[in-house]
Write a protein that binds this ligand. Structure first.
Ligand SMILES: C[S@@+](CC[C@H](N)C(=O)[O-])C[C@H]1O[C@@H](n2cnc3c(N)ncnc32)[C@H](O)[C@@H]1O
Length: 208
């Protein structure tokens, strides 16, 4: 099992509930920063969002960047198409599925809050899918909750209750991407949400 989906967490499979929670936690502000400072998509290029959820990231993506996102949740993809269908292309799939025929290549790939939902084997599929989808000078940017030296007891308590059952240390996330990328850079973050929380941003370049 990779996700906790019982009790109150079951409500998070409803796109509206999930999105509202993200807003309250401050994820929207953080996603804006992620796009601006780390993803930095270039005008006229294409980006691929793996595990795009309800497609909320697109709000921060410049309009002259062609956004493509996929996620295995039919509910999330339906919500993404309804809210953002005029801004991007969405399809229902997991990282184990091949990209649609003719999907082309991408200058940027993102997987925001996804790796901690995946076991090591599925995370390896994500790395492979991103590497094969990217151009030679492209980059994958991931963000996930992480246990770091800055993780307080309260932050650990919050993180351990996440739906994702594979929260890791930053270096352990990086090790999942390293077989498919020659250059992997890790940045630990804290104080980025309105709750006690620690995480890490990884940028993976030079796909192989
Ligand atoms: C915490 S949500 C993040 C959603 C979105 N990236 C965001 O930032 O709002 C984790 C997402 O990972 C997706 N996911 C879980 N298993 C997956 C898989 N095997 N392949 C792709 N996405 C997956 C879930 O459906 C969910 O939308």
């Amino acid at each position: 099992m990779s996700e906790r989906t019982t009790g109150a967490r079951a409500a998070l499979s409803m796109a509206g509930v999930y999105q509202r929670l993200q807003d309250v936690l401050g994820s929207r502000r953080f996603q804006r920063r992620l796009i601006r400072e780390h993803v930095a998509p270039v005008a006229g290029t294409r980006m691929l969002d793996l595990g795009c959820g309800t497609g909320a990231l697109i709000e921060h993506v410049p309009r002259d960047v062609a956004y493509h996102g996929f996620d295995p949740s039919e509910r999330y993809i339906a919500a993404a198409r309804q809210r953002w269908g005029d801004r991007g292309t969405f399809w229902c799939a997991g990282v184990g599925d091949p990209l649609p025929h003719g999907a082309g290549t991408f200058a940027r790939a993102t997987a925001i809050g996804v790796l901690h939902h995946l076991d090591d084997a599925t995370a390896a599929q994500l790395a492979a899918r991103a590497a094969e989808a990217l151009t030679a000078d492209g980059a994958l940017v991931t963000y996930d909750p992480a246990i770091t030296p800055a993780t307080s007891r309260l932050a650990r308590f919050v993180i351990e209750r996440d739906r994702g059952m594979h929260v890791r240390r930053p270096d352990d996330y990086a090790a999942l991407l390293a077989p498919r990328f020659a250059e992997v850079t890790v940045v630990a973050v804290a104080g980025h949400l309105r709750i006690p929380y620690t995480g890490c941003i990884i940028t993976a370049r030079r796909p192989r």
